[in-house]
Design a protein around this ligand. Structure first.
Ligand SMILES: NC(=O)c1ccc[n+]([C@@H]2O[C@H](COP(=O)([O-])OP(=O)(O)OC[C@H]3O[C@@H](n4cnc5c(N)ncnc54)[C@H](OP(=O)(O)O)[C@@H]3O)[C@@H](O)[C@H]2O)c1
Length: 303
């Protein structure tokens, strides 16, 4: 193990140098070599998968979450991925706390010298229910976690992003635009606001060369998703009906969303801003809610 880490790091660096140098025609514009990223909510689920992928592509990362224990586990994974301990920083605390957001920015700049990428991802699970029962606390929670925190953290990062012509990726959700009565309606209001913030920020920050994009996951199997369905048979039944609502017949994994976030973060997406990707297997364009329709058969193409 002790011998393995430096080798992974060396291989990753060599690969990054060979594939990223812009004078080479074979350059890998997906590389994140030496980019500095802040990923909120990266102790679990989509944020964790994003941190792992960023690490593989060479980024220096500030990982964040409320659970110190989970963050330490993720840090270990990144070190096994090839990151060195100088390339990973951890910040613990609630994203709604202004002091935590300030710490995230200040310590990242202190440790790495700059910020190239901000991924506003923290959140997960939360407040499912019906509008007729909504409480003031639930509305405050949704607003504070899913909208106020990303907006204010983006503002804090902006001076550094401008210096580096960096970018922001907001993690929204398909329920920002598609209504799903009874399922996460309060978060959805805030996510709709986050979508709108993406457009405003893209318009304003674009003048300074800072891109702002947004990923809207559909159903992605993460710890918070599983926690929302403690009864595993109910969960399996729900997941199976969700898979049928996609056009591809399966639900997402955190890694599927991470790939899109990493794409937006990279130079491969340098002409994209104010852009939205529904990472949902086609669910949000499918107006078939389980009705039986004739299906074409493609078996003859396989022979
Ligand atoms: N999974 C889906 O189907 C789905 C669909 C649409 C959108 N999304 C969005 O994707 C994002 C990630 O969700 P996920 O499913 O990956 O959830 P997850 O597995 O539960 O991970 C959530 C992450 O956010 C952190 N977090 C949650 N609330 C926080 C708070 N108040 N302050 C600081 N950190 C906080 C958690 O940290 P700790 O655990 O350490 O507290 C964890 O690192 C969320 O914004 C969610 O709305 C998910």
């Amino acid at each position: 193990m002790v011998l393995k880490l430096p080798w992974l790091t060396v291989c990753r660096k060599i690969k990054g140098i060979i594939t990223y140098n812009s004078t080479y025609p074979m350059m890998d514009r997906l590389s994140l070599l030496d980019r500095v990223a802040v990923i909120t909510g990266s102790s679990s689920g989509i944020g964790e998968a994003t941190a792992r992928l960023f690490s593989k592509r060479g980024a220096k990362i500030t990982i964040h979450g409320r659970s110190e224990e989970k963050l330490e586990e993720v840090k270990l994974m990144l070190l096994q991925n090839g990151s060195t301990s100088e390339e990973v920083h951890t910040v613990t605390g609630d994203i709604t706390d202004p002091a935590v957001r300030e710490k995230m920015v200040e310590e990242t700049v202190q440790k790495f010298g700059c910020i190239d990428i901000l991924v506003n991802n923290a959140g997960g699970g939360g407040q499912a229910g019906f509008l007729r029962d909504v409480t003031e606390d639930q509305m405050d929670f949704a607003f504070n976690v899913y909208l106020k925190a990303p907006v204010l953290l983006s503002k804090l990062c902006l001076p550094y992003l401008v210096k580096r012509k960096g970018n922001i990726i907001n993690v929204s959700g398909i329920t920002a635009t598609e209504v799903w009565p009874g399922a996460f309606p309060y978060n959805s209001f805030a996510k709709a606001g986050l979508d709108n913030f993406t457009k405003f920020a893209a318009a304003e920050f674009g003048q300074a060369g800072v891109r702002v994009n947004c990923v809207r996951p559909g159903v992605v199997v993460t710890p918070s998703f599983n926690a929302a369905f403690p009864d595993s048979s109910v969960r399996e039944q729900f997941l199976s009906s969700c898979a049928k609502r996609t056009l591809l017949d399966f639900n997402g994994a955190p890694e599927d969303v991470a790939e899109i976030i990493a794409f937006y973060a990279s130079d491969a997406a340098k002409f994209l801003t104010g852009d939205f990707t529904c990472a949902d297997g086609g669910r949000s364009i499918n107006c078939n809610h389980g009705e039986t329709m004739p299906q074409p058969n493609y078996d003859d193409f396989l022979t």
